[in-house]
Design a binder for this molecule. Sequence first.
Ligand code: FE
Ligand code: CA
Length: 527
Amino acid sequence: MELLDCDRLLANRCRRRNFLLGAGFLTGLTITSQWHPVWANPRFSDYPFSLGVASGDPLPDGVVIWTRLAPNPLFGGGMALQNVPVRWRVASDENMRKIVRRGTTLATPELAHSVHVDVRGLDPDRWYWYQFQVGREFSPIGRTRTAPAFFGSISQLNFAFVSCQDWQNGFYTAFQHLAEENLDLVVHLGDYIYEYGPRSGAPRQHNGPEIITLEDYRNRHALYKTDPNLQAAHATCPWIVTWDDHEVDNNYANLIPEDNQTLEAFTKRRANAYQAYYEHMPLRRSSLPKGPDMLLYRRFTFGNLAEFNVLDTRQYRTNQPCDDGLKPRCPAALDSNATMTGSEQEQWLFKGLDQSRSRWNVIAQQTMFAQYNFNSTLDLGVFNMDQWDGYVAARDRILNFLNQRRASNPIVITGDIHSSWVHDLKLDFDHPNSPTIGTEFVGTSISSDFPSQFIAPVQASLSNNPHTKFFDGAFRGYVRCQLTPALWQSDYRVVSSITDLNASVKTLASYVVQNGQPGALINSGLT
Ligand code: FE
Ligand code: CA
């Protein structure tokens, strides 16, 4: 148990701690000064925990707990250039009486006074509650859960996956309902923020023009985190997050921006975006960015039941082929050197799948993995070049690997496209009789728009894609998944509205996968 009393040991121990933190920064972030005074008895102009609390990246013995001090969240946070001791406590009861771990950490200006505590020494597979304190101010209490013991036998896992929460398009009514689902885990598949400037007539507005600087990205993350429904969802269980494109710039690939920024300018922009992302997410220090680079792909194991391979398909990908967009494939879409993951991450994925002892092997990633021909006639295939359809050789390598190495029950979960889909993953999508080797569940957006004029054309093209079992573009929501050793069930939970804060939730569709039988079956007993 860490029992560092910063108030008493101010003079040396906190400063020494600060020095250690600073040494870590030297390899990573650009900083102007790491020698800020420690502000021992802080007082704030306003409530400093305006962005709520969060936890994430659960392990059998620990979890990361997060907050950020931001009394003035939309204008740089409102904190002085001082290091501030923040106390944290973890309890085994919701009233915070049975404290099992506690400590003090420093919130520093270099990381926008965000706090990431990697709490260790916890018991596997159980609920904990946590709270922060700074000066006389207390944060809300968050609830979190450790992962089950490695390879331990567990009977069930309940999680939901979400993506795409454009602030301007509506309210987070989906998160309001998600927070009431009693989930063990939430997986966020990206587009946590959007980089755009304000849009006239939107239900709510972004704070300022398209974001470029570190301060811009911080203020945008802060805006999103002020949402009470998002805060409630974070406070209810641990999250595993990965990003897609809008955390930086629409459809960027590696260091290639959407618009014509110079390489130098975009490299700096990516560094700003990655740093602000780290500052606002419950991530372990192993994900601390180093300039424009940040390690976000990682793996989580839930006993012998499920393993999540969390991918980053933006940071290392080759440029979208054929000038991006929805179109017939040009030769570059078949280029064997094209990659979504980069070769290092691809090898890491294969190694992990090979060594896995889990019943369900989840690939948690961003863009649609299955082939989908958007043309309603059969004369010419029309594909989305930002999805795996623009990176055919890379997808084939994964499909062939899964087929040859017989990974147990591969399941791909996907965001990005703001609509709901279920696909059987075929070894060869052009031949309906080729083996089904996995299943893909694509979740709709929390709030981001799927233009209604796209719905009918997609429906018209469904018959050209017999491996696609389900599509809906009308509803916003999340996918609730219940896993047992015998069955995977995905419930498409959708809200009645994102403009009415009293929206209701319902299950629009439900599909199951049986152990050992890849491919989705409709589940008619909706709940
Ligand atoms: Fe999106
Ligand atoms: Ca996206």
